[in-house]
Write a protein that binds this ligand. Structure first.
Ligand code: MN
Length: 484
C-alpha cells in the first residue's frame, strides 16, 4: 500500500519527502496493529485509503501523514507528545484537529443545530486541511458502511448528510459530494435508490450504444484537427436525478438530460474549435448552448454546454472544457491548492504561516465571489468567524454549541446555558476536569455545569463574569435577595 501511495504522490510531486510518508505509514501500521475494520480488513487499510483519497487533491506530504495517522490518538495508545516527537508540530496539529472533531458528538439533526455545529467546527479548526482529512475519512467510511449494523448505517448517513456534504459542497469538491450523496441515498432511502438505479441502468443499456456511436462520431470528426482531447462520459449521480424529479415534479421517464459527455482538451481556443465542429455535424437542441467560459458560474465553474440530438433521437448533453476547468469542476477551490512543499523549498524563510493565511484569504475570496449561491452567506459568516477572534464556541456535553465573547469565564458559560443553571452553579467541568468559576474558556472546549440547589449568587460573582446576560441576572438576584 505504501508503494502505491508513493507512486501516486510522485505523479504530482517528484521531490516529496517519501521517507516521512513511509515513516507515518509504518507508525500508523504498528499503532493499529491487530485492529480490524468491520469489513474484517486490517485497520491500516482505512488510513491508507483516507490518504489515497487526498492524493486526488494533490495535497502535501504533511497532510497525507496527518491522514495516515488520523485515528492513532483516538483509537490507539499513542499520545500527542509521542506524535510531536516523531513528526513535529504541523502533522501533530492536523491529527489533533481531526481527533477534536470526532469528540464533538452530534446528536441533534435539526438544521439550525447543524449550522451551529459547522460554525463551531470552523472556529475550532484553524487549518482547513483538517476538514479535508475529515471529509476523506468520512468518504472512506461511507464506502465501507455496508459492513455496519443497519442502525449505525442510518445514523452515520444522516450525520454525513447534515454535516459533511455541505462542507464538500461549499468547498466545491463536487466529486466527493456526489459520491457521498449516492452512498447516503442508498442507506436512507433504499427503495427509491434501487428504483432509480434500475431505471437508470435500463435506460443506459438502451442508450449506451447510441452514446458510443455519438462518441465515435465526434472522435472521427475531431481527429484531423490535430487537437489533443479526451472524451469521458459523465458519471451518474442518482441522488441528483432524484432531487431533479422532486424539484420538477416529474417521473423518471420525463427526465431528459441523463446522458452527458465531457470533451476535455488543452486550451480555451480548442474548446471553441471543438464546439463549432459539433455544431456543424450534429442536430443541436434549440437554445441549448451556454458559454460558461466567457461568463463563468459564480463558483468559478467554466465549460461550454450544448445539447445534441443523435440520429437515433437520443439527447446528449455535451460539456467542453480544458483540463484546468475540469479539475475545478470536480474539486472546486481545492483544485487550486498549490503543492505546498515545493513552494516552501523555493522560499528562504519559513513561510508556513503566510501560506496558510494566503490560503484562508483565497477561500474567503472565492466564497465572497459566490454571490448567487443561496446559502453562501451563512457559510461566509462562518468562515469569517474563524478569523474573528472576538468570539468563542463552547460545546455542551450534548453537543450544543454556545457562542460566547472571548474572555468569557466558566460562570459566563453556566449563565449562557440557562439563568437558573447559572444561579445554582457549583462548578464547571472543562473537558472533564473541574475548573474555578473564573476560568477563562477557550473555543472548542466541552463544558459541563454542575449545579447544587443550595448555591446562590454572591457579590463576588459580579467580578467573575464578563457577559451582560450573566451580570444582569446576578444583579437581579442580589437585588431581590439582599436584606435591607
Ligand atoms: Mn477514521
Amino acid at each position: 500500500m505504501i508503494e502505491e501511495l508513493k507512486s501516486l504522490v510522485k505523479e504530482y510531486s517528484p521531490d516529496a519527502d517519501f521517507a516521512l510518508l513511509e515513516k507515518a505509514y509504518n507508525f500508523a501500521s504498528s499503532a493499529h496493529y491487530c485492529q480490524v475494520r468491520a469489513s474484517g480488513e486490517p485497520y491500516i487499510t482505512h488510513c491508507y485509503n483516507t490518504a489515497k483519497i487526498l492524493t486526488e487533491l494533490k495535497l502535501d506530504v504533511p497532510t497525507l501523514c496527518g491522514a495516515l495517522l488520523h485515528d492513532v490518538l483516538e483509537d490507539t495508545l499513542v499520545v500527542s507528545e509521542e506524535l510531536r516527537e516523531e513528526f513535529g508540530p504541523e502533522i501533530t496539529a492536523l491529527v489533533e484537529g481531526v481527533t477534536k472533531i470526532n469528540s464533538y458528538r452530534f446528536r441533534d439533526h435539526i438544521t439550525a443545530q447543524a449550522e451551529n455545529w459547522r460554525k463551531m467546527l470552523l472556529a475550532v479548526v484553524k487549518d482547513t486541511r483538517v476538514i479535508i482529512i475529515k471529509l476523506a475519512d468520512r468518504l472512506h467510511n461511507m464506502r465501507t458502511i455496508k459492513f455496519l449494523p443497519p442502525d449505525k448505517q442510518k445514523e452515520i448517513s444522516m450525520e454525513t448528510l447534515t454535516l459533511y456534504t455541505p462542507f464538500a459542497h461549499r468547498l466545491g469538491i463536487y466529486k466527493w459530494k456526489s459520491e457521498l450523496e449516492d452512498l447516503i441515498f442508498e442507506v436512507l432511502q433504499p427503495a427509491k435508490y434501487y428504483e432509480i438505479k434500475s431505471k437508470w441502468e435500463a435506460r443506459t443499456e438502451n442508450n449506451l450504444k447510441n452514446l458510443e456511436a455519438v462518441k465515435k462520431q465526434i472522435e472521427e470528426k475531431l481527429a484531423p484537427l490535430n487537437i489533443a482531447f479526451r472524451v469521458s462520459s459523465r458519471p451518474k449521480n442518482l441522488y441528483g436525478i432524484y432531487k431533479k424529479m422532486q424539484r420538477q415534479e416529474k417521473p423518471f421517464s420525463a427526465i431528459q438530460d441523463l446522458f452527458g459527455m465531457r470533451i476535455i482538451t488543452d486550451t480555451e481556443e480548442h474548446c471553441y474549435a471543438i464546439l463549432s465542429i459539433i455544431q456543424s455535424e450534429f442536430k443541436m437542441l434549440e437554445n441549448s448552448f451556454t458559454d460558461y467560459i466567457v461568463v463563468p458560474k459564480a463558483n468559478m465553474y467554466q465549460s461550454l454546454h450544448t445539447t445534441l440530438v443523435s440520429d437515433k433521437g437520443v439527447i446528449v448533453e455535451i460539456q467542453i472544457r480544458t483540463e484546468d476547468m475540469h479539475r475545478r469542476a470536480e474539486y472546486g477551490i481545492a483544485a487550486h491548492w498549490r503543492y505546498k512543499e515545493s513552494f516552501e523549498k523555493n522560499c528562504q524563510k519559513n513561510t508556513k504561516q503566510t501560506n496558510m493565511e494566503n490560503h484562508l484569504e483565497f477561500i474567503k475570496h472565492i466564497l465572497e465571489s459566490q454571490k448567487d449561491v443561496n446559502d453562501s452567506d451563512e457559510f461566509l459568516t462562518a468562515i469569517k468567524t474563524e478569523c474573528n477572534f472576538d468570539q468563542i464556541y463552547i460545546s455542551t456535553p450534548k453537543g450544543d454549541a454556545i457562542k460566547l465573547p472571548e474572555g468569557a469565564t466558566a460562570l459566563d458559560f453556566a449563565y449562557a446555558v440557562h439563568s437558573d443553571i447559572g444561579d445554582r452553579c457549583m462548578g464547571v467541568k472543562v473537558n472533564g476536569k473541574m475548573v474555578q468559576l473564573d476560568y477563562k474558556l477557550k473555543s472548542g472546549q466541552i463544558c459541563e455545569v454542575l449545579v447544587r440547589n443550595n448555591i446562590r449568587p454572591t457579590e463576588h460573582w459580579l467580578s467573575i463574569v464578563i457577559t451582560a446576560q450573566a451580570r444582569s441576572r446576578i444583579r437581579k438576584y442580589l437585588r431581590e435577595h439582599t436584606k435591607k
